[in-house]
Write a protein that binds this ligand. Structure first.
Ligand code: PEP
Ligand code: MN
Length: 350
């Protein structure tokens, strides 16, 4: 429920509402806004205290939030959220490009790829150190060594790093090395993990679950925010459908739908969505045109011999070409591809 205060309400009146809400067993959250003064009320069935709250001085109205997720709605927070990832702003209108290999395979592979994507103009670097694989016999990542290689790649290029965290027990470790924590599609409804990253000091990149509706995806984001971390970026990466020509079905309409429902930034991963290298550039451009806040693209120096997801990985040359076309398209759309932060700043994540 949202309690709307008179814009001239005094601080004492606001404090009084907060006190009453808390006394009745609900959680009040002050919501500063450009042109309204509101207090959010969280808990089960807040409508039960609506009449009592409406009688308090300074209160204009109390309205229910129409969705099951609350804090991630536009009703709760009308202005778009901008997530600061060690100097890269996601959601500020610019178009952020995260690029790198599916998995960290070796120090050399990571450093080479990081330099290549940085030279091509990527804004952030990606790479999996802990890999969720369908088969237990597939390459599952280098773990701690992989995290160390990623941190070195950040030092060399200045690009903030995002990497996946698979279990609550690893959240602290991954937070020591990465600028942003990725929750993958297979863990998108792992509520223990969502709560754990909700308590982390790093922003979160939340992939859409393999067969999640948009409502389920936003409820997953609500878990993270409700556990204390407001810095969530959503990532559409394709969903399971009957279509077999592509690895998944890229739901690009999710971008404007999510933007209308939520204030959180949303980016698109055309690599996992399509599964095929030639399909990545057209869908990347489509994501820019659809209004996404950015992209996540897999790039490998030798895709034919990649230990995972080679078929969908771009070569560094193809990635550089894609970046050029994105910059040209951005001009036509009155947008800008984001630039990387200065190396000094990114080298020491705050
Ligand atoms: C990834 O980005 O490395 C990954 C495993 O993606 P997803 O969780 O979307 O399959
Ligand atoms: Mn991958």
């Amino acid at each position: 429920m949202l309690v709307l205060m008179n814009v001239q309400a005094t601080p004492a009146q606001v404090a009084n509402v907060i006190k009453h809400v808390r006394e009745r067993g609900f959680e009040p959250i002050e919501l500063p806004g450009a042109d309204r003064l509101a207090i959010g009320v969280l808990g089960s069935n807040p409508g039960s205290i609506r009449d009592a709250i409406c009688d308090l001085p300074g209160v204009v109205d109390a309205i229910p939030v129409s969705k099951p997720y609350k804090q991630v709605t536009r009703e709760w927070h009308p202005e778009p959220t901008v997530v600061d990832v060690s100097g890269v702003n996601v959601g500020d209108g610019s178009f952020v490009v995260i690029a790198g290999p599916c998995a960290v395979e070796s120090r050399e592979q990571v450093l080479t790829t990081a330099r290549d994507v940085a030279d091509a103009g990527a804004t952030m670097f990606r790479g999996g150190a802990f890999k969720p694989r369908s088969s237990p016999y597939s390459f599952r990542g280098l773990g701690l060594d992989g995290l160390r290689h990623l941190a070195e790649a950040r030092e060399v290029t200045g690009l903030p790093v995002v990497t996946e965290v698979l279990t609550p027990a690893d959240v602290e470790l991954v937070s020591e090395f990465a600028d942003m924590l990725q929750v993958g599609t297979r863990n998108a409804q792992n509520f223990a993990l969502l709560e754990a990253v909700g308590g982390a000091r790093r922003p979160v990149l939340l992939k859409r679950g393999l067969s999640n509706t948009i409502e389920e995806w936003l409820l997953a984001a609500e878990y993270v925010v409700a556990h204390g971390n407001p810095n969530v970026v959503l990532c559409e990466r394709g969903i399971r459908t009957f279509e077999a020509a592509t690895r998944n079905t890229l739901d690009l309409s999710a971008v404007p739908v999510v933007k209308s429902l939520s204030h959180l930034p949303v980016i698109v991963d055309p690599s996992h969505a399509t599964g095929h290298r030639p399909l990545v550039p057209p869908m990347a451009r489509a994501a820019l045109a659809a209004g996404a806040d950015g992209l996540m693209i897999e790039v490998h120096p030798d895709p034919e011999n990649a230990l995972s997801d080679g078929a969908q990985s771009l070569t560094p040359a193809a990635f550089a070409e894609l970046m050029g076309s994105l910059r040209r398209l951005a001009v036509a759309l009155d947008r800008q591809v984001a630039t990387a932060p200065s190396p000094m700043r990114a080298a020491t994540p705050g």
